[in-house]
Design a protein. Sequence first.
Length: 324
Amino acid sequence: MALAVRTQAQQAQVDAEVETIGRAVGDSRSLAATMPRLILEARRVAATVIHGLHGRRRAGPGENFWQYRRFVSGESAARIDWRRSARDDHLYVREQEWEAAHTVWLWPDRSPSMTFQSALAEHSKLERSLVIAFALAEVLVEGGERVGIPGLMAPSANRNIIEKIAQCVVHDPTERTSLPPSFAPSPLAEIVVLSDLWSPIADVHRTIAQLSASGAHGHVIQVVDPAEETFPYAGRIEFVEPEGGGAITAGRAETWKNDFEARVARHRDEIRAETDRLGWSFVIHRTDRSPTEIMLKLHTQLGAGREGTGINRWHAVAQPGRHA
C-alpha cells in the first residue's frame, strides 16, 4: 500500500511537470509566433525616435571625424591640421568623435503576470515591454552603445541587435522572473527595468538597491494595462493571480474600486520614494498609449546630467568653427 501511495505521488509529480513543460512550450511557441510582428513594431518606433538625431558629438579618442576647432595656445603643434589651416588665417585642430561605448542593461519582464491583456488594450504588457526593449536597443546601438540583458545576453553592439535579443528571449530555458537577477553593473552603466512591478514592495526595493549599489544609474518603467488602473469591474468577478497566488471572488467587484486604487497609489508612492532616494527615474506606461511616448521620455532621461553618458549625448550642439 505504501508503495502504491508513493507511486501515485510520483505520478502526480510527473503529471505536474508534464503540464508545466507543456505550458512553457506553448508560451514559447505563442511568443515565437508573435515575434515578427513585435520586431516590425519596434523598428517603426525606433525609426521615429532616431529620425533627426545625430551622432553622440563629443570630442575624444576615435576614428570618425567630428569637427575642426581653433588651435589653443599651449597645445602640441602636432595636433594642427595644416591643410584646413591653409584655407584661413587661423590654425585649426581636427577633432575625432568620441567612441567610448557605454553599456545599457535592459530588463523586459516576461513573467506570467505580463501576459495580461484586458479589453481596454490592443496588446499585452509582455508584448509592449518587448517592443519598447527592442526599439530602445535599436536606438542605443545606432548611437554606438552596447546593450545587454541581465542573465540572458552579454552586452553587444550588433547591428542586428533586435534579432539577437529576440532569439535569446524565444530560446530562454530559465524561469521567467518578474525582477532582474542579482548582478553588478559597472558604475558607468545604465539600467532600464520594464515591468508591471506588482511584486511585493520589499522585493522591488531590494532589487533596485542592489542594482544601484555599484553606482549605476537606472530607470524604472511600470508597464500596466489600463484595467489595472481604472478597475472597470462590476458584479461577481473571480480574480486569478497568474503566478501561483490563488484566486479570490468578489460578490460586488465595484465596491472594491476605491480600496484597489488606494493600494495601487500607495505601492507606487513607495517605489517612487526609493527611486528618488537613489537618483533613479520612475515612469508609468499604460498599454493603451503609444510606445513612442515612453521612448521619447526615455530619450530625455537616459544619460541625463551635464556629463550624460546615454542617448542625451546625441543632441546636436552648434560648435564654432565646425565645418561639414
